[in-house]
Write a protein that binds this ligand. Structure first.
Ligand SMILES: Cc1ncc(COP(=O)(O)O)c(C=O)c1O
Length: 615
């Protein structure tokens, strides 16, 4: 659609266009400024104005920008007289599609007091016109949903800031009915008082400041660093040179070897370091894999429901199809072979090219730990239907019931038992330093292993990760420490073991206490905690509460979660943020927060809520 500039454009006041933050190409002067007669007619006017500064001379871009800008054209920006510019709106559109809007910054516009919204809004203060608005940016970004950091956590953060101002709150009406916010919405252990493991942090401290290694006696005799901490730091520094330097794109070679040894020890089957890719947390690994896998809007990926919203959000960003399959709540949130098969066949019948299945084990938000049989059954399905398995195993050490069955080990065993059938199964297994007893979410460490992939596809994965140069090097070192922790007999082992077991037992105890509290609440049902960091109880809300939610324009579980937050300061995420079977309501809470006071607050709130809405 072509929008023609309004005739009013000829009679506006003066404004100024600045080109800032531009790329280093000489064709985009860093400080170029031009003074213009301009007008205000909403976004259209800004488009026209921007466009007046654009000449469409093809220009070479650096390979990073050129290769990363999918289906886009890089357009150089130069100051040019408006009269000589081709159609302005078309030019502006090129900028948006080129993905380089940061090259332009529109500032300091005086707008007329016209009847336009913008004019009215800006009558009394310095107006500001933005190049970007919600309607002209990438709509896949706009449409992606990520409940874990949505409106509820934002309100929780507002409360936290309010409380941080101290007591008594001023003005007095800001008084909140709680004195502390509990962020039970996200598996972020160290935000909730989980202490970092000493061995990890001591090594990292030396990596960050290698000068300390010149004072070994002080480290050992005054700061209590053990000699294996110092040795490990020296070795890692030797491998990475400096944590301030880029590493190889797929990660540091020796760290990939450590990971391969860890996988081999865990599964009893060899792992190839060349198939292991370090990543900025598991999230970056998931995004890389999905980016490679999603070839068209018809590409589909089977995603468990309920799911961790990274998957639906990334598929939305890539304009690919989420093919939901339901986990079975009545079987402790296990995978259901028939349900997956039906979802797959239905999607295929509708023309979706289903390429992969995501399995989160142990589960988020559901906390299940899959049996060997369930894992086998997913692999069977993958073998029969030629689909890739994406095994998100970031919670592999958070297992309270039974044991963790890795997809890699199960695949190798099936290959041995039934030669031929499973030879072609392609598997991606992801792990992270964010979870488990490590809990170092902020350091963004993770890796994924590609098993049985076509070497040409692997080469493309390599190219893709190369575009972002390398994952954070400190995060990579932390992965090395996670997969290669102190062993029995090492000087750091006793403290490591004490801290590790302390965290594990603490999590298990809190999970059990929270589960017990849920089972005692009216209208709440909850599967026992098996793994991960979450409980995902079903809630049966009285019809009056459902009605009230509707009046307030919220889903019933969202309404419940907001009420809970407002009354107790405990932030949980409604089931609708993860997906749930129709006509069921849930919420997800972590059991990371220390103490039991917050659990008591939930219990009290729930009783009052039910009393208020009981018919
Ligand atoms: C199932 C699952 N996968 C991946 C992630 C992302 O982890 P990371 O911090 O390693 O990116 C999370 C985070 O909560 C998760 O729950």
């Amino acid at each position: 659609m072509v929008i023609r500039p309004s005739p009013r454009s000829l009679t506006g006041p003066r404004g100024r266009l600045s080109l800032t933050n531009s790329c280093s190409r000489p064709c985009i002067p860093r400080s170029a400024k031009a003074t213009w007669r301009c007008y205000s007619d909403g976004a259209q006017s800004s488009e026209s104005l921007v466009a007046a500064h654009i000449a469409e001379t093809p220009f070479p871009v650096s390979s990073a920008y050129g290769s990363a800008a999918r289906a886009s054209t890089c357009v150089p920006v130069v100051a040019a007289p408006a009269a000589s510019a081709p159609h302005p709106v078309m030019h502006a559109r090129r900028i948006y599609s080129a993905g380089v809007p940061w090259a332009l910054n529109l500032r300091d516009f005086r707008t007329p007091t016209s009847k336009t919204t913008l004019g009215r809004r800006n009558m009394s203060s310095t107006p500001r016109l933005h190049t970007l608005n919600k309607n002209n940016i990438n709509q896949y970004v706009v449409n992606a949903k990520y409940a874990v950091r949505g409106e509820l956590p934002s309100r929780a953060e507002k409360y936290r800031q309010q409380l941080a101002k101290g007591y008594p709150p001023t003005p007095p009406e800001e008084m909140l009915p709680f004195h502390e916010v509990i962020f039970a919405n996200i598996g972020n252990p160290q935000h909730l008082d989980q202490k970092p493991i000493t061995f990890f942090r001591q090594v990292l401290s030396l990596l960050e400041h290698p000068e300390l290694l010149k004072h070994e006696d002080v480290l050992v005799n005054q700061l209590g660093y053990k000699i294996d901490v110092i040795d490990r730091a020296r070795w890692l520094l030797h491998e990475v040179t400096s944590v301030g330097a880029y590493s190889q794109s797929a990660g540091v070679g020796r760290i990939r070897e450590s990971i391969a040894r860890f996988i081999e020890k865990r599964d009893g089957y060899p792992a190839d370091p060349q198939s292991i890719y370090l990543s900025a947390g598991a999230s970056a690994g998931v995004m890389t894999v999905l980016q490679v896998l999603c070839a068209s809007p018809k590409t589909g990926v089977l995603v468990p429901i309920p799911q961790y919203p990274l998957y639906t959000a990334t598929l939305a960003l890539l304009n690919a199809q989420c093919v939901p399959y339901y986990l079975e709540e009545s079987h402790e949130w296990a995978t259901d072979h028939d349900a997956i098969g039906k979802a797959l066949q239905d999607a295929k019948a509708q023309g979706t090219d289903v390429r992969a299945i995501v399995v989160i084990n142990p589960g988020n938000p559901t906390g299940q730990s899959l049996s060997a049989h369930d894992v086998e059954s997913v692999l069977e399905l993958a073998a029969e239907n030629n689909i890739v398995v994406i095994a998100d195993e970031v919670y592999q050490t958070n297992v309270f019931q039974g044991e963790f069955h890795s997809f890699k080990k199960t695949l190798r065993e099936l290959q041995k038992k039934q030669p031929g059938k499973f030879d072609k199964v392609e598997l991606v297994s992801l792990h992270s330093t964010s979870k488990g007893m490590v809990g170092e979410c902020g350091h963004r460490g993770g890796y994924f292993e590609l098993i049985n992939f076509d070497p040409e596809v692997v080469a493309e994965v390599y190219k893709l990760v190369s575009i972002s140069l390398c994952p954070p090097v400190v995060g990579q070192c932390l992965v090395e420490l996670m997969v290669n922790p102190p062993q029995e007999g090492d000087p750091s082992y006793p403290l490591y073991k004490k801290e590790y077991d302390g965290i594990f037992n603490g999590l298990h105890e809190r999970a059990t206490a929270l589960h017990k509290a849920f089972t005692e609440m009216e209208g709440v049902e909850c599967n026992p905690p098996q793994g991960a960091m979450y409980l995902f109880p079903t809630i049966h809300l009285p019809p009056k509460a459902v009605e009230q939610a509707k009046k307030e324009g919220r889903a019933p579980d969202e309404f419940y979660a907001f009420r809970l937050l407002d009354a107790t300061g405990v932030c949980v995420i409604p089931g609708s943020g993860f997906g749930q079977k129709p006509n069921t309501l849930h919420f997800r809470t972590t059991f990371l927060a220390p103490g039991t006071d917050w659990v008591n607050r939930i219990t009290k709130f729930h009783k009052e809520f039910m009393d208020e809405f009981r018919s």
